[in-house]
Structures are given as C-alpha cells and as structure tokens.
Design a protein around this ligand. Structure first.
Ligand SMILES: [Zn+2]
Length: 137
C-alpha cells in the first residue's frame, strides 16, 4: 500500500536490521528505548492475511532479535508487544510486533509510558476469572 510507513519499500534501508524473503525487522522512527525494534511482513497486510510461512519467518526473526538484544543489553530482558493492526495502532492494517529491551516486567514498562497503568496493581481472582471466561467463549 502506498503511503504506509511500515511497508518495506517505504522504509529507509539504514533502519532495517534483518531481512528475509517475506519479513523484515527495523528500528522504529520513534523508538521507546534504545534497542526497540519492530518485526513485520514486507507486504502490507492485516494479521488475518499473514501466511503461515510469513508467521514462521517472523518467529525465527523474533528469536534472532531476542538473542541479539540479550547479548547487547545484559541487564534488560526483551519484552514482546504486539499492537497488531487495530485502530489502537499508530499504523493500521500492517501487522507487526514490537520487541523492547526492558529492565522491568511488562507492567513496569507500560507504566513508564501510560499513566493509567500502575506498576503493581493486582486484580481480585474473581475479576481474573471473568477475563479468562471472556477469552474462552
Ligand atoms: Zn504497510
């Protein structure tokens, strides 16, 4: 798709980290922290349109990047965030993962950037069960 900043042909080559036949990884235009990278299909597509072959290449690239981040940022463990292709994503309709080195867990990372998230909020078990049921049905 033209004018999509995530399509492979629109990204400056200097920001590309790895590239395979169908997928690639890059440094986002506004990384949250040093080491923040994205993994995505080269072509413009939503999650439901991504092929098994592309998903497998994304998984392999995720493993490669995770290992690289672990060796580069010894005190930070990679956290994988998938914003996918929804209205909440800054770029709609182009599926992608974010992989972010962080010294804290996912809640601590999110609290750093979203003030509505507290670092240590816990929910009652009944609320957790409701959430599990919602996902099961
Ligand atoms: Zn795109």
């Amino acid at each position: 798709m033209s004018n999509c900043p995530l399509c492979y042909t629109e990204v400056e080559g200097s920001r590309i980290v790895y590239s395979t036949h169908n997928v690639y990884s890059m440094i986002p235009i506004a990384p949250l922290v040093e080491g923040h990278a994205m993994i995505l299909p080269k072509s413009h597509k939503k999650f439901e349109d991504v092929s098994s072959e592309e998903l497998n290449e994304m998984k392999d690239m995720l493993t490669t990047l995770k290992d690289r981040l672990v060796s580069s940022y010894h005190d930070k463990h990679p956290i994988i965030v998938t914003l996918t292709d929804t209205d909440h994503s800054s770029v709609k309709d182009h599926f992608h993962y974010h992989i972010i080195p962080s010294s804290g867990n996912i809640r601590q990372l999110m609290a750093k950037f979203d003030e509505s998230v507290s670092e240590n909020e816990r929910l009652d078990l009944s609320r957790l069960e409701e959430m599990a049921i919602l996902l099961r049905t």
